[in-house]
Write a protein that binds this ligand. Structure first.
Ligand SMILES: [Zn+2]
Length: 349
């Protein structure tokens, strides 16, 4: 037997038995950006049996300061983060079954994406997706770990449905846009990301190793610049909570077609097809057929680039990136109407 995990099994909190449990564990990480990179790297090195991860974005140069799974070449190629992460993680530990998904998590696919996993680690950058995860997790009784980071601080919360309060016990509704600082408005430093991811992954290892008695309760807030860490108690599930108490899960019924989504502060808009027959893709030949059609258009032909993972081109001063699941991200404009027009003109709906 290899000694890959010898230092981890020596640690009393894990031990040989905990390691065997980790090897049988199945975890979903939502987001493969900054927190996702750090969390995935640790979970894969730790030998968690199956690691599924979902991300809708591509690698850009501005990611490299903190998104530790990616390098200069990934940014130059502009590859999907799901694919960049898969490459890197496969080289880190070939014993782990990796399940990369380059797609946008939404009400129409969240249950399928979560199916068969023991726990969900939140590594997203937006509240809409966290409320979606919370509803899906509470409704199915799946533990999930909230993690968020901005500037030099961040928070984690371990949610055990039925045993602890959930996100909606604390904040019943999605905060309005602009209500809280984001990485795009306040920036973020890498040590804050690594610290928050470490707290979250330690919780994940406890859960997967069967050490529930060691789990942290409440919200942990830490700031690496101020050097502070404190805990806020949130108590038991609130009987008045819309999710835990009343068992209402509006985010799961949300706009499953989800035609449009503005990416926060990124000067980019994502457009989803009105109805994607298959949550994993718009069909195997979709990108190839689209590329063939676009190559006939003089205004597009010169800038058209395609790989098996995506297709991109420039038109009207905007850059359009199309994914195999039929989504398009329009870069260079924050205007949803303009993005919708470009997508219906060049991609179709
Ligand atoms: Zn609740």
């Amino acid at each position: 037997m290899s000694d890959r995990y010898s230092r981890q099994t020596l640690f009393a909190g894990i031990g040989p038995e905990g390691q065997e449990r980790l090897a049988r564990g199945r975890v979903l990480v939502v987001g493969a950006g900054a927190l996702g990179s750090a969390a995935l790297d640790m979970l894969v090195r730790a030998g968690v049996g199956t690691v599924r991860f979902v991300d809708r974005d591509t690698v850009e140069t501005s990611n490299l300061q903190r998104q530790s799974l990616y390098d200069e070449e990934d940014a130059r190629e502009g590859i999907p983060k799901a694919e960049g992460a898969r490459r890197r993680l496969a080289a880190v530990n070939p014993e782990v079954a990796l399940e990369p998904l380059a797609l946008d998590l939404h009400a129409g696919n969240v249950r399928e994406v979560m199916a068969g996993t023991d726990l969900v680690v939140d590594a997203t950058d937006n509240f809409e997706t966290r409320y979606l995860i919370n509803d899906a997790a509470v409704s199915t009784g799946t533990p999930w770990i909230y993690a968020a980071c901005v500037g030099s601080y961040g928070m984690t919360l371990t949610v055990l449905p039925g045993r602890t309060g959930c996100l909606r016990c604390v904040v019943p509704d999605v905060p309005p846009p602009g209500a809280s600082p984001t990485c795009d408005t306040a920036g973020v430093i890498a040590p804050a990301v690594q610290a928050v991811a470490s707290y979250a992954v330690a919780e994940a290892l406890k859960l997967l190793a069967g050490r529930d008695e060691d789990l942290a309760t409440g919200i942990w807030h830490l700031d690496v610049w101020e050097r502070t860490a404190y805990r806020m108690d949130i108590g038991k599930p609130d009987p008045d909570c819309p999710a835990c108490g009343r068992r209402e899960f509006p985010f799961l019924e949300g706009d499953a077609s989800g035609a449009l989504l503005t990416l926060c502060g990124r000067n980019a808009v994502q457009v989803r097809p009105a109805a994607s027959p298959d949550p994993n893709g718009a069909g195997p030949d979709f990108l190839e057929q689209l590329g063939g059609r676009l190559a006939e258009l003089p205004e597009v032909r010169g800038s058209l680039r395609s790989t098996s993972h995506l297709l991109q081109f420039e038109v009207a001063g905007r850059r359009l990136v199309v994914f195999p699941d039929g989504r398009t991200i329009v870069h260079g404009s924050g205007d949803p109407a303009e993005a919708r027009t470009l997508v219906s003109r060049y991609i179709g709906s």
